[in-house]
Write a protein that binds this ligand. Structure first.
Ligand code: GUN
Length: 284
C-alpha cells in the first residue's frame, strides 16, 4: 500500500509557484487574492487562515475580509462588486457555508468569472462540464493533480464518488469523466452505497462522516481518496475513511490530514496565479 502524500507534493508545487510568482513580479504583476469570510464558523476561519498563509509562502498577496454573521445579502453583493472592479484584486473567494439568510448561488454568480478562483461560478462550472479550459474547483483539481503525480491514470477505471456537492462531488465527477473514467456518484438518497463501492477501482469519499467507508466496502487493491475532514471529540482530525482497516486492502490511499487538504490549497494558489495572468491578458 502506498500513501498518496498530498503534503509532500504540495510543498514541491509551492516551490515552483514561488518561482513563477517572482517571474510575474518582475513584469509588475503581483497576484492578489481576497478571501471573504462571513460569521465565526471556527472551521471556516481555520481554512481561510491556511489559505492566507499558503499565499504568503509563495509571494501571493492575500487579504481576509471578515463580515458579521448578520451582513445583508445586498451589502455582501456590493462588497463583491467593489472587488470585481478593483484591478489590483485578481482572485475572489467567498468561504462557504454562508449564513442561511444569504443565497450562496446569487453570491457565487456575482463574482467576476475571471476572478473566480474557486471555479464555483456557473460559467466556470459549465466550461468544466464541456471539458473546456476554466478555473477549476480547488478540491477536485487537487485530487486530479495528486493522482497524476502518482501516475494513476483514471482512463477506463470505475470511479465511485460518495458525496454529490457542487463544491466537490459534481465537479470531481466531471473531471473524472473528462479524463475517461466511468463514474458513479452516490449521495444521500443512494439505497446501497456498498453496492457501488465494493467493485470500484477508485473510491472518493467526501461527506463529512468519520468511518463512513469501512474495509468491507472496498475491493482489494482499490485506490482510496479521502476528502472528509472531521474533528473528533478528542480534538483529532480524521477523514471519512476507516483508515486503519481500509489501508490494509488499498493499493493507494490518501491520509487525513496530509492528503487532499494540502492539494486543495495548492490548487487555489495555481488558480490565483492563472486568474492574474488571465486578467493581465484581458487588460492588454
Ligand atoms: N468550504 C468548504 N470547502 C470550500 C472551498 O473549497 N471553497 C470555499 N469557498 N468554501 C469552502
Amino acid at each position: 500500500m502506498y500513501i498518496l502524500d498530498g503534503k509532500a507534493y504540495s510543498q514541491e508545487i509551492e516551490k515552483e509557484l514561488s518561482i513563477e510568482v517572482d517571474r510575474l513580479k518582475a513584469i509588475h504583476i503581483t497576484p492578489c487574492l481576497y478571501v471573504i469570510l462571513v460569521g465565526d464558523n471556527p472551521a471556516s476561519l481555520s481554512y481561510v487562515t491556511m489559505k492566507n498563509k499558503a499565499c504568503s509562502r509563495v509571494g501571493i498577496e492575500s487579504k481576509i475580509i471578515k463580515f458579521d454573521e448578520n451582513i445583508s445579502q445586498n451589502v455582501l453583493l456590493d462588497e463583491i462588486d467593489k472587488l470585481n472592479n478593483d484591478k489590483n484584486v485578481n482572485g475572489i473567494l467567498v468561504q462557504l457555508p454562508l449564513p442561511k439568510h444569504i443565497n450562496s448561488n446569487i453570491i457565487l454568480e456575482s463574482i467576476d468569472i475571471n476572478k473566480d478562483v474557486d471555479g464555483f461560478h456557473p460559467y466556470n462550472m459549465g466550461r468544466l462540464f464541456c471539458n473546456l479550459d476554466s478555473l477549476l474547483p480547488a478540491t477536485p483539481f487537487g485530487i486530479m493533480m495528486l493522482l497524476e503525480y502518482y501516475k494513476i491514470d483514471v482512463k477506463g477505471k470505475d470511479v465511485v464518488i460518495v458525496g454529490a456537492s457542487n463544491i466537490v462531488g459534481k465537479p470531481l465527477a466531471s473531471l473524472m469523466l473528462n479524463a475517461g473514467a466511468s463514474v458513479s456518484v452516490c449521495h444521500i438518497f443512494t439505497k446501497d452505497v456498498k453496492k457501488f463501492t465494493k467493485d470500484a477501482d477508485i473510491v472518493c469519499v467526501g461527506v463529512g462522516k468519520a468511518l463512513l467507508l469501512s474495509d468491507d466496502m472496498v475491493k482489494d487493491g482499490a485506490i482510496i481518496v479521502d476528502i472528509g475532514i472531521n474533528k473528533l471529540d478528542d480534538g483529532s482530525i480524521v477523514g471519512d475513511v476507516d483508515f486503519k482497516n481500509v489501508s490494509m486492502k488499498a493499493s493507494y490511499i490518501t491520509p487525513v490530514p496530509g492528503g487532499v487538504g494540502p492539494m486543495t490549497i495548492s490548487a487555489l494558489l495555481i488558480n490565483t496565479i492563472k486568474a492574474s495572468k488571465l486578467q493581465y491578458e484581458v487588460a492588454k
